[in-house]
Design a protein around this ligand. Sequence first.
Ligand code: G3I
Length: 345
Amino acid sequence: MSFAVLFTFFIVAASARHAGAGASSFVPLREAAKGIERVRIGAASPASLLANATSAYAKTMAQNYDLTTAENACKWGATEKSRGKFSFDECDAVRDFAHNHNMSFRGHNLCWGHYNPDWLKTLSPSEKRTALIEHIEAVVKHYGASPVAWDVVNEAISDKECDNPWCFKASDWYPDVPDFVYAAFETARKAAPRGVKLFYNDYSIANANSAKAKRVLNLVKNLTASRVIDGVGLQMHVSRGWENQNGNSDGLIKTMEQYRQLGIEVHITEMDVKNPEPRDDAAQTKTYVAALSACLNSTACTNFETWGWEDGHTWIGTSEHPLPFDKGFLPKKAALALSEALLNA
Ligand code: G3I
Protein backbone atom coordinates (compact mmCIF):
# COMPACT_ATOMS: atom_id res chain seq x y z
CA MET A 1 0.00 0.00 0.00
CA SER A 2 1.45 3.40 -0.97
CA PHE A 3 2.05 6.11 1.64
CA ALA A 4 -0.72 8.26 0.10
CA VAL A 5 -3.27 5.41 0.33
CA LEU A 6 -2.21 4.58 3.87
CA PHE A 7 -2.43 8.24 4.90
CA THR A 8 -5.91 8.57 3.37
CA PHE A 9 -7.02 5.41 5.19
CA PHE A 10 -5.73 6.82 8.48
CA ILE A 11 -7.60 10.12 8.03
CA VAL A 12 -10.85 8.37 7.07
CA ALA A 13 -10.58 5.95 9.99
CA ALA A 14 -9.73 8.71 12.46
CA SER A 15 -12.51 11.01 11.34
CA ALA A 16 -14.96 8.10 11.29
CA ARG A 17 -14.31 7.63 14.98
CA HIS A 18 -14.90 11.23 15.92
CA ALA A 19 -17.16 12.78 13.29
CA GLY A 20 -20.93 12.94 13.45
CA ALA A 21 -22.71 9.73 12.50
CA GLY A 22 -23.26 9.00 8.85
CA ALA A 23 -23.72 5.66 7.13
CA SER A 24 -20.15 5.73 5.83
CA SER A 25 -18.66 6.55 9.23
CA PHE A 26 -20.41 3.93 11.33
CA VAL A 27 -18.20 2.62 14.10
CA PRO A 28 -19.45 -0.83 15.15
CA LEU A 29 -21.16 -0.66 18.55
CA ARG A 30 -18.66 -2.94 20.20
CA GLU A 31 -15.74 -0.86 19.01
CA ALA A 32 -17.48 2.37 19.97
CA ALA A 33 -17.99 0.95 23.47
CA LYS A 34 -14.34 0.01 23.95
CA GLY A 35 -13.09 1.74 27.05
CA ILE A 36 -16.53 1.76 28.67
CA GLU A 37 -15.72 -0.90 31.23
CA ARG A 38 -18.98 -0.97 33.15
CA VAL A 39 -21.63 -1.43 30.46
CA ARG A 40 -21.84 -4.41 28.09
CA ILE A 41 -23.61 -3.93 24.76
CA GLY A 42 -25.74 -6.97 24.06
CA ALA A 43 -28.32 -8.53 21.78
CA ALA A 44 -30.39 -11.69 22.03
CA SER A 45 -30.28 -14.20 19.21
CA PRO A 46 -32.01 -17.40 18.12
CA ALA A 47 -29.58 -20.34 18.30
CA SER A 48 -30.40 -21.30 14.71
CA LEU A 49 -28.99 -18.06 13.30
CA LEU A 50 -25.65 -18.50 15.07
CA ALA A 51 -25.13 -22.06 13.82
CA ASN A 52 -23.05 -20.87 10.86
CA ALA A 53 -20.37 -18.73 12.46
CA THR A 54 -19.22 -17.45 9.06
CA SER A 55 -22.64 -16.12 8.02
CA ALA A 56 -23.13 -12.38 7.61
CA TYR A 57 -25.59 -12.54 10.53
CA ALA A 58 -23.06 -14.11 12.89
CA LYS A 59 -20.18 -11.92 11.76
CA THR A 60 -22.13 -8.66 12.02
CA MET A 61 -23.43 -9.66 15.41
CA ALA A 62 -19.99 -10.48 16.80
CA GLN A 63 -18.63 -7.25 15.34
CA ASN A 64 -21.21 -5.15 17.17
CA TYR A 65 -21.99 -6.86 20.46
CA ASP A 66 -19.97 -8.07 23.42
CA LEU A 67 -22.81 -10.01 25.07
CA THR A 68 -25.53 -12.33 23.85
CA THR A 69 -28.56 -14.10 25.29
CA ALA A 70 -30.33 -17.07 23.74
CA GLU A 71 -33.78 -15.88 22.69
CA ASN A 72 -35.34 -19.27 23.49
CA ALA A 73 -32.64 -21.97 23.63
CA CYS A 74 -32.01 -21.88 27.40
CA LYS A 75 -35.67 -21.79 28.47
CA TRP A 76 -37.27 -24.71 30.26
CA GLY A 77 -39.17 -25.79 27.14
CA ALA A 78 -35.84 -26.25 25.34
CA THR A 79 -33.65 -27.67 28.11
CA GLU A 80 -36.01 -30.08 29.91
CA LYS A 81 -38.58 -31.24 27.38
CA SER A 82 -39.12 -34.47 29.37
CA ARG A 83 -38.85 -34.57 33.12
CA GLY A 84 -35.29 -35.14 34.27
CA LYS A 85 -33.95 -35.49 30.68
CA PHE A 86 -31.90 -32.44 29.92
CA SER A 87 -31.00 -31.29 26.41
CA PHE A 88 -28.47 -28.51 26.51
CA ASP A 89 -27.26 -28.59 22.89
CA GLU A 90 -28.96 -25.42 21.63
CA CYS A 91 -28.24 -23.39 24.75
CA ASP A 92 -24.64 -24.67 24.72
CA ALA A 93 -24.34 -23.52 21.11
CA VAL A 94 -25.25 -19.93 22.03
CA ARG A 95 -22.85 -20.01 25.00
CA ASP A 96 -20.09 -21.38 22.74
CA PHE A 97 -20.74 -18.75 20.07
CA ALA A 98 -20.41 -16.07 22.72
CA HIS A 99 -17.19 -17.41 24.12
CA ASN A 100 -15.66 -18.13 20.70
CA HIS A 101 -16.18 -14.45 19.87
CA ASN A 102 -14.98 -13.15 23.21
CA MET A 103 -18.52 -12.10 24.13
CA SER A 104 -20.26 -12.53 27.47
CA PHE A 105 -23.17 -14.95 27.76
CA ARG A 106 -26.35 -14.05 29.66
CA GLY A 107 -28.64 -16.87 30.86
CA HIS A 108 -32.39 -16.54 30.18
CA ASN A 109 -34.34 -17.92 32.03
CA LEU A 110 -34.74 -20.41 34.88
CA CYS A 111 -38.34 -19.87 35.99
CA TRP A 112 -41.19 -18.38 33.96
CA GLY A 113 -44.90 -18.90 34.45
CA HIS A 114 -45.55 -19.53 30.75
CA TYR A 115 -44.10 -21.41 27.77
CA ASN A 116 -43.22 -24.40 29.93
CA PRO A 117 -43.35 -28.04 28.78
CA ASP A 118 -46.73 -29.74 29.05
CA TRP A 119 -45.49 -32.34 31.56
CA LEU A 120 -44.92 -29.61 34.15
CA LYS A 121 -48.58 -28.60 34.09
CA THR A 122 -49.70 -32.12 35.05
CA LEU A 123 -47.75 -32.19 38.34
CA SER A 124 -49.22 -31.68 41.79
CA PRO A 125 -48.18 -28.48 43.61
CA SER A 126 -45.56 -30.27 45.72
CA GLU A 127 -44.19 -32.10 42.67
CA LYS A 128 -43.97 -28.78 40.84
CA ARG A 129 -41.91 -27.27 43.63
CA THR A 130 -39.53 -30.23 43.52
CA ALA A 131 -39.32 -30.00 39.72
CA LEU A 132 -38.49 -26.28 39.97
CA ILE A 133 -35.63 -26.92 42.36
CA GLU A 134 -34.28 -29.85 40.35
CA HIS A 135 -34.44 -27.89 37.09
CA ILE A 136 -32.62 -24.87 38.47
CA GLU A 137 -29.95 -27.01 40.16
CA ALA A 138 -29.28 -28.95 36.95
CA VAL A 139 -29.19 -25.97 34.59
CA VAL A 140 -27.18 -23.67 36.84
CA LYS A 141 -24.63 -26.40 37.61
CA HIS A 142 -24.31 -27.34 33.91
CA TYR A 143 -23.44 -23.75 32.97
CA GLY A 144 -21.25 -23.08 35.99
CA ALA A 145 -19.32 -19.84 35.67
CA SER A 146 -20.13 -19.36 31.94
CA PRO A 147 -22.98 -16.85 32.23
CA VAL A 148 -22.36 -13.39 33.62
CA ALA A 149 -25.94 -13.52 34.89
CA TRP A 150 -29.11 -15.61 35.01
CA ASP A 151 -32.64 -14.33 34.78
CA VAL A 152 -33.70 -16.52 37.68
CA VAL A 153 -37.34 -15.47 37.65
CA ASN A 154 -39.04 -13.87 34.67
CA GLU A 155 -42.28 -11.86 34.68
CA ALA A 156 -43.81 -12.98 37.98
CA ILE A 157 -45.64 -9.79 38.89
CA SER A 158 -49.06 -8.77 37.60
CA ASP A 159 -49.54 -5.58 35.59
CA LYS A 160 -53.22 -5.34 36.46
CA GLU A 161 -55.30 -7.16 38.99
CA CYS A 162 -53.95 -7.94 42.43
CA ASP A 163 -55.45 -10.56 44.69
CA ASN A 164 -52.42 -11.57 46.72
CA PRO A 165 -49.85 -9.71 48.84
CA TRP A 166 -46.98 -9.68 46.30
CA CYS A 167 -49.30 -9.26 43.35
CA PHE A 168 -48.08 -12.41 41.58
CA LYS A 169 -49.87 -13.18 38.35
CA ALA A 170 -51.63 -16.53 37.94
CA SER A 171 -49.28 -18.88 36.11
CA ASP A 172 -47.83 -22.38 36.01
CA TRP A 173 -46.24 -21.47 39.38
CA TYR A 174 -48.75 -19.33 41.17
CA PRO A 175 -50.78 -20.11 43.23
CA ASP A 176 -49.60 -23.76 43.13
CA VAL A 177 -46.16 -22.92 44.54
CA PRO A 178 -46.70 -19.75 46.59
CA ASP A 179 -43.00 -19.36 47.47
CA PHE A 180 -41.74 -20.06 43.92
CA VAL A 181 -39.80 -16.80 43.62
CA TYR A 182 -37.84 -17.28 46.81
CA ALA A 183 -37.37 -21.02 46.15
CA ALA A 184 -35.99 -20.26 42.68
CA PHE A 185 -33.54 -17.61 43.90
CA GLU A 186 -32.40 -19.62 46.90
CA THR A 187 -31.74 -22.67 44.72
CA ALA A 188 -29.89 -20.62 42.11
CA ARG A 189 -27.77 -18.95 44.79
CA LYS A 190 -26.71 -22.30 46.23
CA ALA A 191 -25.95 -23.77 42.78
CA ALA A 192 -24.23 -20.82 41.09
CA PRO A 193 -20.53 -20.09 41.43
CA ARG A 194 -19.63 -16.78 43.01
CA GLY A 195 -19.62 -14.08 40.35
CA VAL A 196 -22.65 -15.34 38.40
CA LYS A 197 -25.23 -12.63 39.04
CA LEU A 198 -28.84 -13.52 39.77
CA PHE A 199 -31.57 -11.32 38.25
CA TYR A 200 -35.31 -10.74 38.38
CA ASN A 201 -36.47 -9.73 34.86
CA ASP A 202 -39.77 -8.10 33.83
CA TYR A 203 -41.52 -5.75 31.39
CA SER A 204 -43.23 -2.41 32.11
CA ILE A 205 -41.08 -1.77 35.17
CA ALA A 206 -38.69 0.84 33.76
CA ASN A 207 -40.67 3.80 35.12
CA ALA A 208 -40.29 3.77 38.92
CA ASN A 209 -43.57 5.65 39.30
CA SER A 210 -45.73 2.93 37.74
CA ALA A 211 -47.74 0.60 39.99
CA LYS A 212 -46.00 -2.47 38.58
CA ALA A 213 -42.52 -1.02 39.10
CA LYS A 214 -43.42 -0.34 42.75
CA ARG A 215 -44.59 -3.93 43.19
CA VAL A 216 -41.36 -5.25 41.74
CA LEU A 217 -39.27 -2.95 43.93
CA ASN A 218 -41.14 -4.28 46.96
CA LEU A 219 -40.40 -7.89 45.96
CA VAL A 220 -36.78 -7.14 45.13
CA LYS A 221 -36.22 -5.36 48.47
CA ASN A 222 -37.38 -8.51 50.20
CA LEU A 223 -35.06 -10.71 48.13
CA THR A 224 -32.19 -8.31 48.75
CA ALA A 225 -32.62 -8.72 52.48
CA SER A 226 -31.98 -12.45 52.00
CA ARG A 227 -29.00 -11.75 49.71
CA VAL A 228 -30.31 -14.01 46.97
CA ILE A 229 -30.54 -11.36 44.22
CA ASP A 230 -27.93 -9.27 42.42
CA GLY A 231 -29.92 -7.30 39.92
CA VAL A 232 -33.09 -6.37 38.07
CA GLY A 233 -33.64 -6.70 34.34
CA LEU A 234 -35.71 -3.99 32.67
CA GLN A 235 -37.00 -5.58 29.48
CA MET A 236 -38.04 -2.33 27.79
CA HIS A 237 -40.28 -3.57 24.99
CA VAL A 238 -41.53 -0.09 24.12
CA SER A 239 -42.80 2.09 21.27
CA ARG A 240 -41.12 5.11 19.69
CA GLY A 241 -41.69 8.23 21.79
CA TRP A 242 -41.73 6.21 25.02
CA GLU A 243 -39.37 8.62 26.74
CA ASN A 244 -41.81 11.52 26.22
CA GLN A 245 -44.81 9.80 27.79
CA ASN A 246 -46.01 9.38 31.41
CA GLY A 247 -42.81 10.80 32.90
CA ASN A 248 -40.96 7.74 31.57
CA SER A 249 -37.65 9.50 31.05
CA ASP A 250 -37.36 10.68 34.67
CA GLY A 251 -38.97 7.44 35.84
CA LEU A 252 -36.20 5.40 34.21
CA ILE A 253 -33.49 7.45 35.90
CA LYS A 254 -35.31 7.05 39.22
CA THR A 255 -35.56 3.27 38.70
CA MET A 256 -31.82 2.98 38.24
CA GLU A 257 -31.18 5.14 41.28
CA GLN A 258 -33.53 3.09 43.48
CA TYR A 259 -31.72 -0.13 42.63
CA ARG A 260 -28.32 1.55 43.01
CA GLN A 261 -29.34 2.54 46.53
CA LEU A 262 -30.33 -1.07 47.21
CA GLY A 263 -26.82 -2.07 46.16
CA ILE A 264 -27.88 -4.13 43.15
CA GLU A 265 -27.36 -3.85 39.39
CA VAL A 266 -29.70 -2.97 36.56
CA HIS A 267 -29.59 -4.57 33.12
CA ILE A 268 -31.62 -3.31 30.19
CA THR A 269 -32.32 -6.80 28.87
CA GLU A 270 -34.73 -6.94 25.95
CA MET A 271 -35.12 -3.50 24.42
CA ASP A 272 -36.97 -3.06 21.17
CA VAL A 273 -38.84 0.00 19.94
CA LYS A 274 -41.96 -0.45 17.82
CA ASN A 275 -41.82 1.72 14.72
CA PRO A 276 -44.70 0.77 12.41
CA GLU A 277 -45.56 2.50 9.11
CA PRO A 278 -45.44 5.38 8.57
CA ARG A 279 -42.00 4.88 10.05
CA ASP A 280 -40.36 7.57 12.12
CA ASP A 281 -36.77 6.40 12.48
CA ALA A 282 -35.74 9.69 14.10
CA ALA A 283 -38.25 9.19 16.92
CA GLN A 284 -37.22 5.56 17.32
CA THR A 285 -33.60 6.66 17.53
CA LYS A 286 -34.36 9.15 20.32
CA THR A 287 -36.05 6.41 22.33
CA TYR A 288 -33.03 4.13 22.04
CA VAL A 289 -30.60 6.91 22.90
CA ALA A 290 -32.65 7.99 25.95
CA ALA A 291 -32.41 4.47 27.37
CA LEU A 292 -28.70 4.08 26.59
CA SER A 293 -27.96 7.49 28.12
CA ALA A 294 -29.82 6.61 31.33
CA CYS A 295 -27.78 3.40 31.50
CA LEU A 296 -24.46 5.11 30.85
CA ASN A 297 -25.26 7.75 33.46
CA SER A 298 -26.08 5.34 36.29
CA THR A 299 -23.38 3.34 38.00
CA ALA A 300 -26.03 0.65 38.68
CA CYS A 301 -26.48 -0.12 34.97
CA THR A 302 -24.13 -2.75 33.57
CA ASN A 303 -25.87 -4.07 30.44
CA PHE A 304 -27.66 -2.45 27.50
CA GLU A 305 -29.25 -5.17 25.41
CA THR A 306 -31.80 -5.46 22.61
CA TRP A 307 -34.10 -8.46 21.90
CA GLY A 308 -32.61 -9.37 18.56
CA TRP A 309 -30.66 -6.71 16.67
CA GLU A 310 -31.92 -6.55 13.08
CA ASP A 311 -35.44 -6.05 11.77
CA GLY A 312 -35.58 -9.38 9.94
CA HIS A 313 -35.80 -11.44 13.13
CA THR A 314 -38.01 -10.17 15.90
CA TRP A 315 -40.75 -11.64 18.06
CA ILE A 316 -42.97 -8.54 17.53
CA GLY A 317 -43.17 -8.89 13.75
CA THR A 318 -40.98 -7.43 11.06
CA SER A 319 -43.58 -4.75 10.19
CA GLU A 320 -42.68 -3.01 13.48
CA HIS A 321 -39.04 -2.41 12.37
CA PRO A 322 -38.13 -2.43 16.06
CA LEU A 323 -34.35 -2.96 16.10
CA PRO A 324 -31.24 -0.84 15.50
CA PHE A 325 -30.17 -2.60 12.26
CA ASP A 326 -32.25 -3.24 9.14
CA LYS A 327 -33.01 -6.71 7.81
CA GLY A 328 -30.01 -6.43 5.49
CA PHE A 329 -27.85 -5.99 8.65
CA LEU A 330 -27.07 -2.35 7.82
CA PRO A 331 -27.08 0.18 10.68
CA LYS A 332 -30.27 2.26 10.87
CA LYS A 333 -30.34 5.77 12.36
CA ALA A 334 -30.70 4.11 15.76
CA ALA A 335 -27.48 2.11 15.44
CA LEU A 336 -25.61 5.17 14.16
CA ALA A 337 -26.79 7.26 17.11
CA LEU A 338 -26.09 4.51 19.67
CA SER A 339 -22.57 4.24 18.28
CA GLU A 340 -22.09 7.98 18.53
CA ALA A 341 -23.43 8.05 22.09
CA LEU A 342 -20.98 5.30 23.04
CA LEU A 343 -18.07 7.13 21.40
CA ASN A 344 -18.97 10.28 23.27
CA ALA A 345 -19.46 8.59 26.65
O1 G3I B 1 -39.59 -23.42 17.04
C1 G3I B 1 -41.01 -23.66 16.92
C2 G3I B 1 -41.33 -24.18 15.57
O2 G3I B 1 -40.72 -25.42 15.39
C3 G3I B 1 -42.86 -24.27 15.44
O3 G3I B 1 -43.18 -24.66 14.14
C4 G3I B 1 -43.52 -22.94 15.74
C5 G3I B 1 -45.04 -23.00 15.67
O4 G3I B 1 -45.65 -22.10 16.56
O5 G3I B 1 -43.15 -22.55 17.02
C6 G3I B 1 -41.75 -22.37 17.16
O6 G3I B 1 -41.46 -21.99 18.47
C7 G3I B 1 -41.78 -20.65 18.80
C8 G3I B 1 -40.50 -19.98 19.30
O7 G3I B 1 -40.80 -18.68 19.78
C9 G3I B 1 -39.43 -19.86 18.21
O8 G3I B 1 -39.88 -19.04 17.19
C10 G3I B 1 -42.82 -20.67 19.91
O9 G3I B 1 -44.05 -21.17 19.40
C11 G3I B 1 -43.03 -19.28 20.46
O10 G3I B 1 -43.87 -19.33 21.60
C12 G3I B 1 -41.69 -18.71 20.89
O11 G3I B 1 -41.90 -17.36 21.29
C13 G3I B 1 -40.87 -16.80 22.09
C14 G3I B 1 -41.50 -16.32 23.39
O12 G3I B 1 -40.54 -15.60 24.14
C15 G3I B 1 -41.98 -17.48 24.25
O13 G3I B 1 -40.92 -18.27 24.69
C16 G3I B 1 -40.24 -15.66 21.31
O14 G3I B 1 -39.49 -16.19 20.20
C17 G3I B 1 -39.29 -14.89 22.22
O15 G3I B 1 -38.82 -13.73 21.56
C18 G3I B 1 -40.04 -14.46 23.48
O16 G3I B 1 -39.12 -13.80 24.32
C19 G3I B 1 -39.70 -13.21 25.49
C20 G3I B 1 -38.67 -13.33 26.61
O17 G3I B 1 -38.28 -14.67 26.76
C21 G3I B 1 -39.25 -12.77 27.92
N1 G3I B 1 -39.73 -11.41 27.73
C22 G3I B 1 -40.65 -11.20 26.62
C23 G3I B 1 -40.03 -11.70 25.32
C24 G3I B 1 -40.93 -11.42 24.13
O18 G3I B 1 -42.14 -12.10 24.24
